[in-house]
Design a protein around this ligand. Structure first.
Ligand code: SAM
Length: 240
């Protein structure tokens, strides 16, 4: 049976990104205990770490994505928690909390981020780390992509799914990424869906100041290099 559509789109749009994995592997390798992965989705990072023997608690607000992650974990040391990152209480703390792939920029602005950072602080133990990857999405701004990138494509049970960004628009406090998602069924029938994601504009120093206000210590940043398909990102490092 085909996975649910949200899982297909999530895998297609996030699943192939691997430029950051070395950073998360290195951080998990020196952490003394389980990793909290915030906004884990279908488990791109959580499953990669679990395959390397790290215990992971994968938190996301989307139960459909988490169900796919849980199925894929199949015996790996992964727990899941369905919760909103701006209001969660797991009743335990972690030596390492990671927030990959700009999740800190899709929470809905500074107020939501403050609530999120307060929750995060409560879940990072003394001496532990919270590590948040953010990107300067304004670098990618262009009202219309003159040469749209090739779509991410996948065929499942004779049905082709394709997704491609068609515009990246500066809205001031956020950058709007517009995608076209297409489904071509085995009979050639074509469905086109529009998808919009807004990423808050967020400089590393702003996130660091917000982290300090939530009670974290600010530590030296890490960098994830850009590649042909993805912007680079900065990993803001906050100490518990
Ligand atoms: C860009 S994806 C990143 C997925 C995964 N961490 C990765 O790197 O491939 C962002 C994820 O954050 C989740 N998310 C967005 N807002 C959230 C919130 N308020 N609370 C919890 N999860 C949230 C989404 O459901 C999605 O799975």
């Amino acid at each position: 049976m085909s996975p649910p559509l949200p899982v297909i789109w999530h895998d297609l749009e996030c699943g192939a990104y691997d430029a950051d994995l070395e950073v998360w592997r290195a951080l998990a390798g020196v952490a003394a205990g389980p990793v909290l992965d915030v906004g884990a989705g279908t488990g791109r990072v959580a499953l990669d770490l679990a395959r390397r023997g790290h215990e992971v608690l994968a938190l996301d607000r989307d139960p459909v994505l988490l169900a796919a992650l849980e199925r894929r974990a199949n015996g790996l040391p992964v727990e899941i928690a369905c919760a909103d990152a701006t209001a969660f209480d797991l009743g335990r703390d972690f030596p390492l909390a990671i927030v990959p792939m700009q999740t800190a920029q899709i929470l809905g602005g500074a107020r939501a981020r403050a609530a999120f950072l307060a929750c995060l602080r409560a879940h990072v133990r003394a001496g532990g780390h919270a590590c948040l990857a953010i990107a300067d999405t304004r670098e990618a701004v262009t009202d219309e992509l003159s040469e749209p990138p090739l779509p991410d494509l996948r065929e499942i049970d004779g049905v082709v799914y394709a997704s491609r960004p068609v515009a990246v628009v500066d809205e001031g406090e956020a950058v709007r990424i517009e995608r076209l998602r297409e489904i071509v069924d085995a009979g050639g029938g074509r469905t086109v869906l529009e998808n919009v994601v807004r990423l808050d504009v967020l400089a590393p120093e702003t996130l660091e100041a917000e982290g300090a206000a939530a009670g974290f210590r600010v530590l030296p940043r890490l960098e994830v290099p850009e590649n042909d398909e993805y912007l680079g990102s900065t990993v803001v490092m906050l100490g518990g």
